[in-house]
Design a protein around this ligand. Sequence first.
Ligand code: GLY
Ligand code: MN
Ligand code: MN
Length: 443
Amino acid sequence: MAFDPSIHAVRRQRFLEHLGEAAAVIPAAPLATHHADCEWPFRQDSDFFYLTGFDEPDAVALLLPHRPEGERFVLFVQPKDPAAEVWTGFRWGTEGAVERYGADMAYPLDQLPARLPEFLAGAEAIAFRVGRHPAVEPLVLSTWGRQLDSYSRSGEAAMGLVAPTPILHRLRLRKEPHELERMRQACGISAEAHELARQMTRPGMNEAEVQAAIEAHFRARGARGPAYGSIVAGGDNACVLHYTANTAPLQDGDLLLIDAGCSLEDYYNGDITRTFPVNGCFSGEQRELYALVLEAQEAAVETVQPQGTAEAVHATALRVLVEGLVELGLLAGDPDGIIERGDYRHLYMHRTGHWLGLDVHDVGAYRLGEQPATLEPGMVLTVEPGLYVSDRLAVPEGQPAIEARWKGIGIRIEDDVAVTDEGHEVLTAAALKSVAAMERQAT
Ligand code: GLY
Ligand code: MN
Ligand code: MN
């Protein structure tokens, strides 16, 4: 994928327009330690990446609306250093920061303490997200503190710290057309991996083998790898929502729940869950519950449309699930009352979806005070209802005990859905989900 600096320049411009006269300090992510002196593969901070496209650790972007044209985008980066690059690889350095990434000025990161006071001087406020960037925060605070110390002499100091994230996250919530295209690609590769996983699965295999095939496919198709810890959960393991051990043998007669998606080079992600029988054939109980989750999921996807809400998506899925569970005898009573009291939560204990973008659980408000946020074209959310039948949670008073034949069934069906002008687009449609598609002829 060719790097297009204009994408980030337009975003910076839009961000600056909303910032007013506040000067923004946006740090990159540092490398994270795995153990001892071994590090995880680098993962850029999504806000920093959104604004700069710069994909190296230990950098800081300054956006300075109070400065003259040609001094408004400053990058502090790791400088070129052949000796260091022998160990850790190529760096763009200050020259690359200007030439490739469009910085007006660029400096080695170790000059940030000396230069920050000069760049922040004259800004009405400082836009910095406190609590998230421990290496940079003391510097921002001490720079501001010194401005206040000398206010009686200079008459100049930022009047406050403001949060850049509400503005930035409002921008990130609505995806641009090229972002949707990248998300289609991430979802397409993720869907291929799910198809492949279902076709290869046989009783006696280990969850780990299926995980390996999925993640091998991500890498082979050019993705960075999994967007989050892949969940490959046979039988009752599927009732543990964040099961990522993926070490158990797959049993004949069990279902296999797979929640996996890839992350592309520019961090756009897929997030798909599919559930199917390990031996290719649903039992009666598995089929009943699968058909119910599918009905809930499809009904919820239909509610994704402009002027809708994520709240309505959840409410739709929940109503279908609860009514179906009452019919099956897994819940008892009036669906309205069950929903109001939360008497379904031992079977369905999570929400039906989340925003998706550069972060898998992407940024953006779900509510604006009392009002649920309205869906607009360009927003992308997951729709992922499920049912998890196990003994882990107590059955609420007044609800029926669960018969053994239902236990150990965990099902989730998750698609990634973009809001469009006309309604919605299921970005993950290439991953099949009908009852028939989940079954396999005997081989
Ligand atoms: N895979 C994380 C989620 O579905 O939210
Ligand atoms: Mn999800
Ligand atoms: Mn998921």
